[in-house]
Design a protein around this ligand. Structure first.
Ligand code: NAP
Length: 278
């Protein structure tokens, strides 16, 4: 089976490394010639080109470009594909992508590997990125079962475990555990930067350690990805942000009123609830 990857960045590059190591022939297309050359040199792909025509030989194509150009890239890609080719994407939002691509290519399977880092581009690609992570597939009523099974098996070869849901369910769920955390974490960094005393700010920057590293990681990541989450998952994200705002207001009240009993109850409840998410 020949695997095609369009968009040799963090996700596409990491997939290429793993599939190459497992013996697949991986063909890659990326925007810049320099990236294509690096991808061959780093054994991310066997062959690479800036021309989508390379995908004519692929049996399965993973679309790994930024969300904003997934649809337009698909439109340019489709004339090159063999009729049996399975097309899948890795976009972090599913409803608009699945709605846009499903009518254009019958053998399309929406997908989202739940893995990433705060870096971007081919230089950030790494082996084993998807191990023990959920790989969400969002087939519709018309998605061919063999196409879904092929993508699911490839996801398992990356070390991921498959997970199925409807595109809308996916978008609501990831709003809670992925998109809201990006906005909360970014607000945390922005709030810290509002410290008026430069010496206190400098001290805070010196003292910042593992707690700040954990809580600021996703907010300090790829800005393009955060923007895409907000634009493409706007209504689900807004709903989670409003609920979060209520929680923050409640915390402010508890601290303001020195209501330590309620605060302790809340912290105990969140301490107990966290493990169900991880
Ligand atoms: P990324 O590191 O920026 O990689 C995207 C790559 O696509 C770029 O490096 C660029 O490579 C290439 N590209 C841009 N325009 C292109 C075009 N017109 N044709 C072909 N290649 C093009 O981004 P990423 O984090 O891998 O994200 C890619 C996708 O994965 C997104 O849809 C995102 O929603 C999804 N995703 C991201 C994460 C995450 O945590 N980062 C997790 C799961 C899913 P060159 O310019 O160097 O050629």
């Amino acid at each position: 089976m020949k695997i095609g990857i369009v968009g040799l960045g963090l996700i596409g590059g990491s997939m290429g490394l793993d599939f190459c190591q497992r013996g697949y022939t991986v063909l890659g297309v990326s925007r810049r010639q320099q990236t294509c050359e690096q991808a061959i040199a780093q054994q991310v792909v066997r062959e690479a080109s800036t021309n989508l025509a390379l995908m004519a030989a692929a049996d399965v194509v993973f679309l790994c470009t930024p969300l904003a150009i997934l649809e337009s890239t698909t439109v340019q890609l489709l004339p090159h594909l063999a009729t049996h080719t399975i097309l899948t994407d890795v976009g972090s939002v599913k409803s608009p992508i699945v709605a846009a691509i499903t009518p254009r290519w019958q053998r399309f399977v929406g997908g989202h590997p739940m893995a990433g880092t705060s870096d971007r581009g081919l230089a950030a690609a790494q082996t084993g990125l998807f191990i023990d992570r959920p790989y969400v597939l969002t087939p519709t009523a018309t998605t061919p079962a063999d196409a879904v099974e092929t993508v699911a098996k490839l996801a398992e070869e990356l070390g991921s475990h498959r997970c199925y849901c409807r595109p809308e369910e996916h978008d609501r769920a990831v709003a809670w555990i992925s998109h809201l955390p990006v906005m909360v974490s970014s607000s945390l960094i922005a709030a810290c930067m509002q410290e008026a005393d430069p010496s206190v700010l400098a001290l805070a920057q010196t003292l910042a350690s593992s707690g700040f590293r954990d809580t600021s990681r996703v907010g300090g990541g790829n800005p393009e990805l955060g923007m895409m989450m907000a634009q493409y998952n706007q209504s689900a994200l807004l709903q989670t942000l409003r609920t979060y705002q209520q929680q923050l207001e409640a915390t402010i009240q508890q601290v303001e009123q020195a209501d330590w009993r309620s605060l302790e109850q809340r912290l105990t409840a969140t301490h107990e609830a966290r493990s169900a998410f991880l």
